[in-house]
Design a protein around this ligand. Sequence first.
Ligand SMILES: [Zn+2]
Ligand SMILES: [Zn+2]
Length: 395
Amino acid sequence: MSSKDWIEKDYYAVLGVEKSASSDEIKKSYRKLARESHPDHNPGDPKAEERFKAVSEAYAVLGDEKKRREYDEMRSLFGSGAFRRNARGGGQPGGMPFDVSDLFGGAAGGEARFGGAGGGLGDLFSSLFTGGGAAGATRPRGPAKGRDVEAEVALDFSDAVRGVTLPLTLRAPGVCDTCHGNGAKPGTSPVACPVCHGAGVTTRNQGSFSFSEPCRNCQGVGTIVEEKCPECHGTGGVTKTRTLNVRFPAGVADGQRIRLAGRGEPGERGGPAGDLFVHVKVRPDELFGRTGDDLTLTVPITYAEAVLGTDLRVPTLDGTVTLRVPPGTPSGRVLRARGKGVARKDGRTGDLLVTLDVVVPAKVSDEARAALEAFAEQTPPAAREHLDARVRRFS
Ligand SMILES: [Zn+2]
Ligand SMILES: [Zn+2]
């Protein structure tokens, strides 16, 4: 009889008794069924023989108080799927598909057998249920990696361009230092739940169906705390505030996610810490925009400046720069101030791209109007010949 047999076979059903049946009821039912199916009474009937074997096998377990208890624990675990959840590491996605026989085979070097092996099953259960208090039924057992932590930070535009180190205060659930997470008052320990015997699940029979549900007495944890830790009130967890100095590299962009390995929650019982992921928001600047490594800036100029040319003094993030606008520069032309953009780690630096925007005054003085009219007389018409043919078609 293997561990797999225990998981797959319902010995109570085989013996036709309730799960809550007394040992006398079990014995009585077994005797009756064994007598009925005994090969001596059913010569040459293979079905009866099979039935006799099944009944004997069931009674070998249920008739033995100790084995029956182990069988019950195992059934409630595996039958409910609770074990699968635990074994996959706290419900984390991406766990390996899990095969019960693999686990037992690996643990005992071959197909493990219970009932006579001694110790094996008990050890397994204790390693599965050592976590208490807030650790809960879905926390991984053994030294587990701490959880990843997400945080959001808003940076000033210039800080994002140049890089900045900021203190980041994180409030995150952590393990209570007083009870080390088991929720029990120092000097005491959580004890196995008397209702589910540490399984965390209970099985209810209804007709020929049985239902597994999280144990109500221990909320599925499998242990209960008799004297609660005064610090965390038995939950095993406390909210911890940490301050980290986080270096944001020059050129960090809006929407970027920075991973700080090992800066998440500390691992349980010496396990590695999780990672900290910082989502970066960059506040817009009132002057500058940003395209990749380049900064952008729009500078209004007059028509006269565009026609005659000029030297423009424009701001950069950390000073000013003078840009030459050559005579006859069209509106919309982009001038480039090299190296005045976003500094990057690799030593390269983007540029400042200045877009010239020729502005048209809504109103002009009489003198300006007169001058402009004189100017217009001296100016050839705009080159619109390429449009004329299409205009004529509609007139
Ligand atoms: Zn505590
Ligand atoms: Zn319980």
